[in-house]
Design a binder for this molecule. Structure first.
Ligand SMILES: [Zn+2]
Ligand SMILES: [Zn+2]
Length: 122
């Protein structure tokens, strides 16, 4: 996914909303905003920066909609894996929680394009 800027995390200052960038290794660490001096924790993943301000193009709605955070996979698959055994279920859950993505806030679809412009050709 994040091939272009794999080394950094982009997020907004929780106080002044300034756009900030931190090295990925700083995730979860305390930092101070250079603009307003507010202390905050670097978010664990890029989309955690105020998802309500992000719009995505939804391939199911065929429209641009506000994004919300979603976790890959689904509960049905996880339930099956839990039945299959503790380890597959645990691995699947870990994978899901470790990689949150964006989803359409209208229909919940994860088939979205996190593009500012709606110019997406299918
Ligand atoms: Zn700030
Ligand atoms: Zn949608």
């Amino acid at each position: 996914m994040e091939r272009t800027k794999s080394g950094t995390v982009d997020f907004n200052c929780p106080k002044c909303k300034a756009r900030l960038t931190a090295p990925r290794m700083d995730r979860g660490n305390r930092r101070t905003c250079p603009h307003c001096n507010a202390a905050f924790k670097v978010p664990l993943s890029a989309p955690a920066a105020d998802p309500m301000n992000v719009h995505v193009y939804c391939f199911d709605c065929k429209a641009t909609a506000p994004a919300r955070l979603s976790y890959p996979g689904n509960n049905a698959v996880e339930a099956v894996l839990w039945v299959a055994g503790i380890l597959p279920g645990l691995c699947y859950r870990f994978w899901r929680k470790s990689d949150p993505g964006l989803a359409c806030s209208r229909c919940g679809s994860a088939r979205v394009h996190p593009s500012e412009s709606a110019a997406v050709h299918e």
